[in-house]
Write a protein that binds this ligand. Structure first.
Ligand SMILES: Nc1nc2c(ncn2[C@@H]2O[C@H](COP(=O)(O)OP(=O)(O)O)[C@@H](O)[C@H]2O)c(=O)[nH]1
Ligand SMILES: [Mg+2]
Length: 266
């Protein structure tokens, strides 16, 4: 012990210390050393396992793209992932991919597009709603007037879902196709949807059963006895305007800035 302290005072380099450590270790019983290594390994594995296991339940990292058919989900999906590099778009066959948010934290989400036919919608939702950090609800603003009823019914279905209202993921309503001159503004769409959802609360069971045979969620939408407003919901609801395609045609970059800003704030 004294010898070791002397060594440290005489020589500031760490080599003598390491040498003595190695020597000490060599003097030990190999069974004892193996025991130490096994103990360390067990601790490391436990930490990794706990982090993975517990973390998986609390970190919801999926961003779901939902909406009616032809609202522009798939085009938005590739636009968000590829930016202006549209030529590689055909290489995307996967319906989920890692999206890096445009913020300083460098957060990344798993962006998920609804694959295949629209009839898979409910199955798809059941599978992913539990892991949703955010739901991007895409609307075709150009034909919104015609679709308002269907849009509201789908939104109602989402908002009253028991899992979704419990987890309260941010809902970003993306009023897409703003490049078309007929497109309705986000503000107008919000007002109309509030009105429509207000009526839907009354007629909800009949409306939902006739649409796809499913029973609506068990949660009451908004505050009872008050006209419905999105601000009454447990989750944050944002309305943004965007276009997956620019007015310059297929090769344009589109405008997804507001949407990306919302995703960066998650
Ligand atoms: N003008 C315009 N067309 C769009 C926009 N987004 C999507 N589209 C078109 O709308 C159609 C449906 O888009 P798609 O992404 O397949 O919709 P999805 O069914 O929701 O996946 C395609 O022809 C797209 O080119 C947009 O912002 N502006
Ligand atoms: Mg699609």
């Amino acid at each position: 012990m004294d010898e070791k302290i002397n060594l440290d005072f005489e020589d500031f380099s760490t080599e003598p210390f390491l040498e003595s450590l190695v020597k000490d270790l060599q003097d030990q019983d190999p069974v004892f050393l193996i025991g130490i290594f096994v103990a360390i390994a067990v601790v490391v594995i436990t930490i990794v396992f706990l982090k993975y296991f517990l973390g998986g339940q609390t970190t919801r990292s999926a961003v779901l793209l939902v909406g009616l058919c032809d609202s522009g989900k798939t085009l938005l999906f590739s636009r968000l992932l590829l930016g202006k590099f549209k030529r590689t778009q055909t290489s995307i066959t996967e319906s989920s991919a890692v999206y890096k948010a445009k913020n300083e934290r460098g957060t990344s989400w798993t962006l998920i597009d609804l694959p295949g036919h629209e009839s898979l919608r409910l199955q798809f939702l059941d599978r992913f709603k539990g892991s949703a950090r955010a739901i991007v609800f895409v609307i075709d603003s150009a034909i919104f007037q015609k679709e308002v009823r269907d849009v509201a019914e789908f939104l109602y279905f989402l908002l009253t879902d028991s899992v979704i209202s419990k987890n309260a993921p941010t809902v970003v309503v993306a009023c897409n196709k703003q490049d078309i001159t007929m497109a309705k503004s986000a503000k107008l769409i919000q007002q109309q949807l509030e009105k429509e959802l207000n009526t839907l609360r009354v007629t909800r069971s009949a409306a939902l059963t006739s649409q796809d045979g499913s029973v609506g969620g068990s949660v009451h939408l908004g505050k009872k006895g008050k006209d419905f407003e999105f601000s009454q919901l447990p989750m944050r609801v944002e309305f943004v305007e965007c276009s997956a395609r620019s007015s310059k045609g297929e090769d344009g970059e589109g405008d997804t800035e507001a949407l990306e800003k919302s995703l960066a704030r998650l």
